[in-house]
Design a protein around this ligand. Sequence first.
Ligand code: HEM
Length: 432
Amino acid sequence: MMKLIARPLEYLEDYGQRYGDMFRVGNSRPPVVYVSNPKAIQEIFATSPDCFQTGGGGKVLQLLLGEQSVVLLDGDRHQRQRKLLMPPFHGDRLRAYSQLICDTTQHVTTAQWQTGKPFRVRLTMQEITLRVILKAVFGISEGERYDQLRVLLSSLLDSIGSPLSASLIFFGALQQDWGAWSPWGRFLRLKQRVDRLLLDEIHDRQTSQVVGDDILSLLLSARDEAGQPMTDLELRDELVTLLLAGHETTASALSWALYWVHYLPEIQEKLRSELANLGPQPQPSALARLPYLTAVCQETLRIYPVTLTTGVRVLKAPMAILNYNIEAGTVLFPCTYLLHHRDDLYPDSKQFQPERFLERSFAAHEFIPFGGGHRYCIGAAMAMLEMKLVLATVLLNWQLSLVNPRSIRPVRRGLTVAPPANLQLIAISSLH
Ligand code: HEM
């Protein structure tokens, strides 16, 4: 357990090398099984959602997202909430965020970066992605409540973010409220304040009856088959889920992307020449279509996926996968990290090579940074769009360099993994 918390990659690599494609960890009951065989993952993703449950997600996830969060629902309620939440993340609605993403990147980088001064990559990326998701969810970008939410959401994730405080997630015994200064007490109080702000916003919107094209407006006007609106608690849990799932992950992916293009100058050169071919001030839609830029973002998500496994699938009935009979109750983890480092799919898997995504296409069970099947990430298209536009906008406007150009490995950040928090770049010059 300590190794899983402190050195998660080594943990998976050791087991994978020793036991291969599918292995059970320890002797715990119910059994916990990691799966990195592409055929087995294909079977899992294609299996009816009725065969699985989320298993409740654990206490931290329940408290962080709320019990009514789409992440923790099963069955019909899960399908209903997904249907409701998907439209704002697709088609025209998604494209409408493009200018917002480019403008926010310009605004935040200009405010935070000064020529000759080092800065922490993660802080800037987190500020950009948080502003974008807040605007998409609430349609607002200023005001006291918005400012408070911005600060509190970051603090909430930081409270379980460091490799040390992440033990709170894994050891139930540490989840004790010993006051505002204890780690768990701090986490609980921050969550209460976030909940209060969200409920206040929900009430204000319900009374003002102002309808915008933001996600909250959409959820407020949604009705189920019986004509009933979502309850305040359902609304609150979906809002916090989108706000948290929608910015921390993308910020980590963007921090990696910036690391790779500055660690490997030849990659940056190719990317810059692709961007230059578009001429001055390219449209966001043209940027989003660039093949090499897309491949750089895909390779970023392959080599160090933000979540090392997809969400958990708990088997409700026995299931045959490949040649194994897996018993009911088994906790299945399709393992993104080990799948993404299979030599038969990704030769020289430890090398960052965006070209592999231009030379062949990978099936939905071979490249799984956003999971798959009935739980496929709702924000995948938005995250890809955001990665491409932020990375392109940064390169078009800045010349940067790594403060310490060396090979780095991911560290744990809550339930995810990310570049070390102290990863720094320095602005050499501003190009705008
Ligand atoms: C690089 C960024 C992101 C990564 C790597 C990522 C990854 C994932 C993964 C691995 C899952 C679990 C899928 C499974 O178990 O099969 C997931 C689920 C989810 N993601 Fe994302 N995500 C990202 C961005 C976003 C964004 C921008 C949003 C929304 C604003 C979002 C909202 C969700 C939601 C709501 C679910 C739960 C889906 C369900 O249980 O039905 N994610 N994501």
